[in-house]
Every structure is written in C-alpha cells, then in structure tokens.
Design a protein around this ligand. Sequence first.
Ligand code: PAF
Length: 280
Amino acid sequence: MKIAETVVEMRRLCRDLRSAKGLLALVPTMGALHEGHLSLARRARAECGAVAASIFVNPLQFGPNEDFSKYPRAFADDCARLEAEGVDILFAPGAAEMYPEGAVTKISVDGIGDRLDGASRPGHFTGVATVVAKLFHVTEPDRAYFGQKDAAQLAVLRQMVRDLNFGVEVVACPIVRDADRLALSSRNKYLSASDRQHALALHRALQAMEARLSGGERSSKTLVEEGTEVLRSEAGVRVDYVAAVDAQTLLPVERAEAGTLLAVAAWVGQTRLIDNVVAA
Ligand code: PAF
C-alpha cells in the first residue's frame, strides 16, 4: 500500500492507478478503524479495480466543545489493517495540507445539513461536506463507500453529489454491530463497561420502534414516543433525538412506511452515539 501525504502525490497516484486498473473506489475515514470501516474497504475491493482510502481527523467537522483533540488515533494499526484488506493507496494528509493557510471556502448543504445530527452539531455537516468534496477532487473516485450508521451524513453527501455534479457513485454499506448489538463506532472506545451496558438502549429503542411498526403502527409520533421512552428509562442515557424521517431529505414524516429512516442519537456519559434502521 502506498501512502501519500500531499494532494499532488495522491492525485498522481490515483490517476495512475485508475488508468491501470479501472474503477477507482474511495473509502474516506477518520482512522481508529473498526470492522465497520474494514467492511467498506472489503466491499470496495470486491467491486472495484483499485481502492484508495483516506485517514484524516477533520477539524472542520468538530464543534469547539467536541472531542477533536481526544478523538482516537491509531495510525500504525490502521495502515496494517487497510493493507491487509488490499487497499492500494492511503491518503494521510496533515491539517495544513488539507486546509492551507488562507483557505476559506466551505460547502454548506443548506436545509438538510441542519437536520438530525446537523441540528445537534451546528456546522458539523459543513465540515463533512467540505472535506469530502476535497477528497473527491483529489482522488477523483468512481465510487465512494460510506457506512449506513451515519445515515444523515449519507443523505447530506448524496445531496452534495447531486447539486455539484460530482461524477461519483455514493455506496452505502450496512451497519456492523458487535455481538451485543451495539453499532460499531470509533467512539465506543470512550465507553466504560457500565456506559456500554447503557448504550445498548439505542439499539433497543430502534427495535421497539420497528416492532410497533411491524405490528401495524404507522404514526411517527407514536413510534418516536416509543423509542424515546426506551431511551429515557435507561439510567445514564440522555436523549439527543429520536426521529422518523424521509431517508433522502431527513424531513420528519407523519406516517412511517417501508424506507422510512428511524434514527436515534443519545449521550451516554460524555459520549454521543447514533444508530438507525431503515424500516422494512
Ligand atoms: O464518517 C466519517 O468518518 C467522516 O465524517 C468522513 C466521511 C471521513 C469525513 O471526515
């Protein structure tokens, strides 16, 4: 696996690889890789001739009181794992390479970028859209692979791709869960043993909503109340949002149906976690 630290080198490596091997995949990450990330790399490897990944803890998508400085970093391990998955090129720029002195341009995906996590974390999706747009420009991928766990991020990025005519197909990959059903997240590293038990309430809330839905309940209000109740009754959990929304626009729906995104976000101690399910 070749590692590029500069935009110029990454662009050259990607162009060369794409002309030698055909379809180029990009797997953008912030590192601290877990099985969820590796599943993206694996799928990219299976579907494309060449695979590029990136590791960049993007300061622009963290709010002033968020966990940027303590976000887990595990570069050597991450490299070994990506290499084992057959990734061809890793882009690992420093902050000054991605945001050189004087850079002021940002991409704001209006409306949708302020929904769900965008409402709780003002500016977050502007940071995500800006860095992903830059990664797309640098690597010029045919396909980009993202996890379904960040369902709002996916919707925002798909909107950006449509609006700005990026020639890239956004591929969503299923959520990967631990045996206890907690969705994998780099932030799970922050959880103590008791936090982890509390965190299982997120998946239970979604299961409760799904169970009501498959029992014939269509009212989003009732489903949201159900999920909220499960989260509220778990000590150590503070609800951020429980939502039933259109998966593309992230706007609330009155009646849930197949394809509706049921999403939750909650604080477990100092850690904010998210999870979701798309109604069957
Ligand atoms: O999902 C992530 O890890 C990040 O938001 C992304 C897409 C790599 C942009 O920094």
